[in-house]
Design a protein around this ligand. Structure first.
Ligand SMILES: C[S@@+](CC[C@H](N)C(=O)[O-])C[C@H]1O[C@@H](n2cnc3c(N)ncnc32)[C@H](O)[C@@H]1O
Length: 196
C-alpha cells in the first residue's frame, strides 16, 4: 500500500537534514508550530530538544503515525486539520514547514503566509521550503515561487539563510526527481509597516 511504503521510507530516513541546518539559528526551546509533519520525525526532533510542539496535518494516517511515535507526549499537541481550518497558537517562537507549505493551493497560500507572519512572535523564526516552478512536482494545485516571487514574500522578515537549489535527485522512495527548492530560515522583524 502506498501509504505504508511512504511511512516506512520516511521513518527510515529520519528527520529531514534541514533541521540540522536550522539548529544553530534557533532560540532557546519554546513553542514551535509544525505545519505538515508527515510521519512525525520532525515533531520528535523538537520534543527531544525540549520544545513544546503543536503540529497540524490533514492526513489521518500521518496523524496516527505521529501520535504513535511521540507516545502521547504531554508537550505535544497533534491536530488533524487542513492548515487554515483551525486557529493557530499565538506568539510561536518558531513556525516550521519542512517540505510541506507548497502543497497548499495558490488560492490559500497568501492567507497562509500572512498567518505565519502574524503567529510568529517578533524575532521568532520561520523555517521551511518553498517550491520553484522548475520542480517536477509543480502543478496547478501546488504553490510555486520564482526567486523574484520569494523576494516579494520577505517583507517583514530578516533572512538568516536562503538557498535556491536546482538539481536532479530522488524522492523519499528513491525515484528520480528534479528538485527546485527555496530553503528559508527567516526571523520576523520587530516592527513592520505592511500597509505599502
Ligand atoms: C512531504 S510531507 C512533509 C513531512 C515532514 N514535514 C517531513 O519533513 O518529513 C507533507 C505533509 O504536509 C501535509 N499537508 C499538505 N498540505 C496540507 C494542508 N493543506 N493542510 C494540512 N496538512 C497538509 C501532508 O498531509 C503531509 O503529511
Amino acid at each position: 500500500m502506498a501509504w505504508e511504503k511512504y511511512a516506512e521510507a520516511a521513518r527510515s530516513l529520519g528527520p529531514n537534514p534541514f533541521y540540522a541546518v536550522a539548529a544553530p539559528h534557533l532560540p532557546e526551546p519554546g513553542h514551535v508550530l509544525e505545519l505538515g509533519f508527515g510521519v512525525g520525525t520532525g515533531v520528535k526532533w523538537w520534543l527531544d530538544r525540549g520544545w513544546q510542539v503543536t503540529g497540524i496535518d490533514e492526513d489521518p494516517d500521518m496523524v496516527r503515525e505521529t501520535l504513535a511515535l511521540v507516545n502521547h507526549n504531554p508537550s505535544c499537541e497533534i491536530i488533524q486539520s487542513p492548515y487554515l481550518s483551525v486557529p493557530w497558537p499565538q506568539g510561536c517562537d518558531v513556525i516550521a514547514a519542512v517540505f510541506s507549505l507548497f502543497f497548499a493551493s495558490p488560492k490559500d497560500f497568501p492567507e497562509l503566509w500572512n498567518r505565519i507572519h502574524h503567529h510568529v512572535r517578533p524575532n521568532g523564526l520561520f523555517i521551511g521550503q518553498l517550491l520553484g516552478p522548475e520542480d517536477d512536482w509543480a502543478a496547478p494545485h501546488i504553490t510555486t515561487h520564482t526567486a523574484g516571487e520569494v523576494d516579494a514574500l520577505l517583507k517583514g522578515w530578516e533572512v538568516l539563510h536562503r538557498e535556491e537549489v536546482k538539481r536532479d535527485g530522488k524522492t523519499v522512495f528513491g525515484e528520480p526527481k528534479h528538485w527546485h527548492v527555496h530553503h528559508l530560515i527567516l526571523r520576523r522583524a520587530e516592527e513592520v509597516d505592511r500597509s505599502v
